[in-house]
Design a protein around this ligand. Sequence first.
Ligand code: ZN
Ligand code: ZN
Length: 154
Amino acid sequence: MKEPPKPPVTGGCQCGAIRYAFDAPLQNSHACHCRMCQRATGGIFAALVGTRKADFNWICGTPAFFASSDLATRAFCEKCGTPLGFCYNKQDGFQYVTIGSLDDPATAPITHQYGVESKLPWVSFCEDMPQDKTGEDVDAEVDVQKMKVNQSQP
Ligand SMILES: [Zn+2]
Ligand SMILES: [Zn+2]
């Protein structure tokens, strides 16, 4: 007997104007401590999880986008300001969303930490997970060494 299809993984912003869905299991749940992610989320790190872009859709509303560098784009809700997404601009890359915007964030336990060169000295969690500095991840989708950053302050 065929298994019934699993419901898609869904999430959205605080006001409900923007909703998204993944048609595939979430991958690479991670915290990124880099200064870009700190500024973009207003948080002390970004918590992100995603899938291949082909398995992701905005299903309600259209988010606003900020090109935080010439390599990457960050989606957010124009109405309520919730940081929603992060992706590199390449077609076959990953679309990430903020774990806190998932309808069920408990389903995406963090398995990796990135950007640890900017990790705040008093932040301590997931210490047993693998850690990479920005630009040192051997499996990275893009080479960030030459990227043009669109962030006004470090
Ligand atoms: Zn909203
Ligand atoms: Zn980052």
